[in-house]
Write a protein that binds this ligand. Structure first.
Ligand code: MN
Ligand code: MN
Length: 454
């Protein structure tokens, strides 16, 4: 059984070309002209991308006494409708628990429920000899990327623990991503603000100024240098952090830089709205001044940023964000975004003329595939790879709205955003799961055991 995608423009990291694409038995079989297929799908006028990869999501995750609004079913359905065919979520060790337990818990939440393929990073929160030994078992189970936090009491590691973990990454050929905010100091700023009677959400960004990120990025990169390990800076949001990254790269270090659409398309002015509406935008790191946003755009255009992920971590405004109505410190941190990353970034980056579609697809597919160890199977339209394919119609337009989104959340930070283009069809390993913008197949996602970073 073969499917021919005919008349489109193929776009992957290798370039842009007019060609047809033949899918067979779940794989990309051939690229060319005059090909024949059992089923023919017209893609004229459309761009044909490899399936996008979201390397940073939090689904079905307990946080701040509640649980994220999206679980693996709703989150992965939203992802697939937006053209994301692989998501990598953060399994997270409990303090006092093991990595094996965390991996089992995340499998129990995800297995059998996902509409797109999925994998797991492992967040290490309890560093000890047992955890050290378990890292090897994780790599054997297809978990080759790890995460550590410089913030949040229940998650954070100390500097010596971070150093140990970085040294261990070298041993297993893994990559460590770090949430770079100085947690103890920002907790002090939050306590001071609360003591002064400041309770509204505008104090969220005010107590997480850019130096809180920049200092932690610099510390992480110095420890990575000492350990001789590559470093993955997750969700970069500031010029301060960027300058630390530039310094590390100038020293010859390998630094993988991740940022997210919200830091390119939204800014701190969203916190000026009255009442409690600003709680919708409470995420960490927070949205930043336009001066930071301009620096990030420059870095993106210069190729200094490697991957764009969502940091999707959704909470409903009603009942969840409202937990912090009397104290901004109790607002669960995070925003939805897994559904809209490709259209938002195509609109903001490609349709605006800032970068080419080829450059964007490297950020959304090729680079994450290489960094997260799935390049053998995913991330481009090369024959032999999984038939994860997105047909994108650049002539279409949609208005993003909570009313019409699949994300299981009562708001979207992109409400009213007009997209340039829309995802029309999505194939997941050859399964025609999204047709004409409608989800036709769900629950077909498979766990992806990942190899080493390239
Ligand atoms: Mn984080
Ligand atoms: Mn995150």
């Amino acid at each position: 059984m073969t499917t021919l995608i005919r008349g489109g423009t193929l776009v992957d990291g290798a370039g842009e070309r007019r060609a047809d694409l033949l899918l067979e038995d779940g794989r990309i079989a051939a690229e060319g002209t005059n090909l024949a297929g059992d089923t023919v799908l017209d893609a004229s006028g459309c761009l044909v991308f490899p399936g996008f990869i979201d390397g940073h999501t939090h689904l079905d995750m307990p946080v701040s006494g509640t649980v994220t609004a999206d679980d693996f079913r709703t989150g992965s359905e939203a992802a697939l409708l937006g053209g994301t065919t692989l998501l990598i979520d953060f399994a997270t060790q409990d303090k006092g628990g093991t990595l094996a337990q965390a991996l089992a818990v995340w499998h129990s939440r995800a297995d059998g429920r996902c509409a797109c393929d999925y994998g797991f990073h492992m967040a290490v929160t309890d560093w000890n000899e047992h955890t050290r030994r378990e890292l090897h078992e994780m790599a054997d189970a297809g978990v080759t990327s790890f995460k550590a936090y410089y913030a949040y009491d229940t998650l954070m590691l100390s500097d010596p623990e971070m150093y140990d973990l970085l040294c261990e990454m070298r041993e297993i050929g893994g990559i460590l991503g770090v949430h770079c905010e100085n947690g103890p100091v920002l907790d002090r700023l939050r306590a001071q603000a609360a003591a002064a009677g400041h309770t509204d959400p505008s104090w969220h960004p005010r107590t997480r100024p850019s130096i809180i990120e920049g200092e932690a990025v610099g510390r992480f990169l110095r420890l990575a240098e000492l350990a001789g390990a590559p470093a993955w800076v997750v969700h970069l949001s500031t010029a301060d952090g960027l300058s630390e990254i530039r310094a590390a790269r100038a020293r010859g270090q390998r630094v993988i830089v991740e940022s997210c659409p919200q830091y390119f398309t939204l800014d701190e002015s969203v916190y000026d709205v009255p009442d409690f509406e600003a709680a919708k935008y409470v995420c960490s790191p927070p949205l930043r001044p336009l001066s930071d946003q301009r620096m990030l755009w420059g870095a993106l255009e210069q190729g200094e940023i490697d991957i764009l992920s969502t940091d999707h971590c959704s909470f409903n405004f009603k009942g969840q964000k409202e937990l912090g109505r009397d104290d901004f410190r109790l607002i669960p941190n995070g925003m939805p975004g897994i559904e809209h990353r490709p259209t938002v970034m195509y609109t903001a980056a490609v349709a605006s003329g800032r970068m080419t579609a080829v450059e964007l697809v490297r950020l959304l597919a090729e680079n994450p595939a290489k960094l997260f160890g799935v390049w053998e199977r995913k991330g481009s339209l090369t024959p032999g790879k999984d038939a994860d394919v997105v047909i994108y119609d650049p002539r279409a337009s949609q208005t993003i709205s909570a009313q019409t989104q699949r994300q299981n959340c009562d708001y979207t930070p992109y409400e009213g955003f007009r997209t340039a283009g829309a995802v029309r069809d999505v194939f997941l390993r050859g399964i025609h799961a999204v047709q004409g913008g409608k989800l036709m197949e769900t629950g077909c996602g498979q766990y992806v055991a990942r190899g080493k970073m390239r």
